[in-house]
Design a protein around this ligand. Structure first.
Ligand SMILES: C[S@@+](CC[C@H](N)C(=O)[O-])C[C@H]1O[C@@H](n2cnc3c(N)ncnc32)[C@H](O)[C@@H]1O
Length: 284
């Protein structure tokens, strides 16, 4: 990411979540704040003509994945809260809206939004611009994963390392180096038992078919030209093994078959996720 600049991809994925709310029926992830958080101008343009934002042949697959990963995360979060989790750390939060529609009574689930300082200050200005009040159960923690550890960032935000915590990390690992991803996962593995993480990741190019490779190349070029090139890719079997070695007691990898069977079965519109990314759940 460029120094002190907000992430351009954060706005793009937020627009996809809002487009899902406007275009798809039934919805996989119904976010009542999705339209507001993208800003007044984008919100009005999207409402006026939702399909104009979703013109590429890959758009429905990306929109489906963005919706599915948030749904899976928040489904897992609610199970984690039942197990006693009381802190939720959103890594690379971008324009994630959970904190502004936190369904739990004050004091049950404290939310930490961790993000690159440039994106975080841009988001805070956006929240003010669209009139979204900051809830009491939210703390911002600016962290650049490439130059700071998550532990340092959370320490400054009064995160309690002794409490059961659930983490999410959506649409971020591919923008980091493998070393930064693994260091963060190692820190999370050392958190109290009962917590865990949901994150998504991109498949290693060596595992892709030629057709997947050409979709990968088209998308990689798009994000690189936005100044946020993809850097980290994983092999599901090796990543599972590494997470187990870090100490995660239960690891569940979800590829497109599992995600489509769970969230997109029997739809009349054919909406489904593509095959370049996986969703990982790792419990401590
Ligand atoms: C594609 S956006 C995803 C945002 C959000 N998780 C979502 O799904 O809407 C990528 C996010 O990763 C964050 N990010 C990228 N590189 C980062 C870094 N080195 N340190 C911290 N955050 C980073 C960006 O600031 C941005 O919020």
């Amino acid at each position: 990411m460029k120094e002190n600049r907000p992430s351009a991809t954060a706005q793009r994925v937020a627009i996809r979540r809002a487009a899902h709310v406007l275009l798809d029926d039934p919805k996989v992830f119904d976010d009542p704040v999705a339209l507001r958080i993208i800003g007044r101008e984008s919100g009005l343009a999207l409402q006026a003509d939702p399909p104009q934002f979703e013109t590429s042949p890959l758009s429905p697959y990306l929109r489906a994945f963005v919706a599915a990963r948030s749904r899976y995360t928040e489904d897992e979060l609610s199970l984690a809260v039942r197990r006693g989790v009381c802190q939720y750390v959103i890594l690379g939060a971008g324009l994630d809206t959970f904190a502004y529609r936190n369904p739990y009574p004050q004091g049950v689930l404290h939310v930490f939004e961790v993000d690159h300082p440039g994106t975080q200050s841009w988001k805070r200005a956006r929240l003010e611009e669209v009139g979204i009040t900051l809830p009491g159960d939210l703390t911002f923690a600016p962290v650049d994963f490439e130059t700071q550890t998550l532990e340092e960032g959370l320490r400054g935000a009064h995160y309690d390392p002794g409490k059961c915590t659930f983490f999410s990390w959506l649409g971020v690992t591919e923008y980091l180096t493998t070393e930064a991803v693994m260091a963060t996962l190692r820190f999370i593995a050392s958190a109290p038992v009962g917590g865990g993480i949901v994150f998504d990741y991109m498949l290693s190019p060596s595992l892709l078919t030629p057709a997947q490779q050409s979709r990968f190349d088209a998308l990689a070029q798009r994000v690189a030209s936005a100044g946020e090139p993809w850097q980290a890719f994983f092999d599901p079997a090796l990543l599972t093994r590494d997470l187990q070695a870090m100490g995660f007691g239960y690891v569940e990898d979800n590829g497109p078959e599992e995600i489509n069977a769970r969230y997109f079965k029997d739809r009349k519109d054919g909406l489904q996720v593509g095959s370049l990314s996986h969703l990982m759940k790792a419990q401590i």
